[in-house]
Design a binder for this molecule. Structure first.
Ligand code: SF4
Ligand code: SF4
Length: 59
């Protein structure tokens, strides 16, 4: 599976993805950033984000 990316212009800063990521692969500084080296491509964050700000390129 492909590793997702955060569209920081769309991110509302809810911090939900940061909380639920099972691999601790999301940094939060007011908006979310995915640390690709840690991401296990589970897509939990993609499915969770209330505004669709976490996207998978090519899907
Ligand atoms: S769940 Fe979506 S809106 Fe909330 S912090 Fe993560 S990327 Fe931003
Ligand atoms: S795809 Fe899974 S492991 Fe990767 S950042 Fe999202 S919730 Fe974390």
């Amino acid at each position: 599976m492909v590793k997702p990316e955060v569209n920081r212009d769309s991110c509302l800063g809810c911090s939900g993805c940061f909380t639920i990521c099972p691999a601790n692969a999301i940094e939060f500084d007011g908006k979310a950033t995915i640390i690709k080296e840690r991401c296990i491509s589970c897509h939990t964050c993609v499915n969770y984000c209330p505004v669709g700000a976490i996207v998978v390129e090519g899907e």
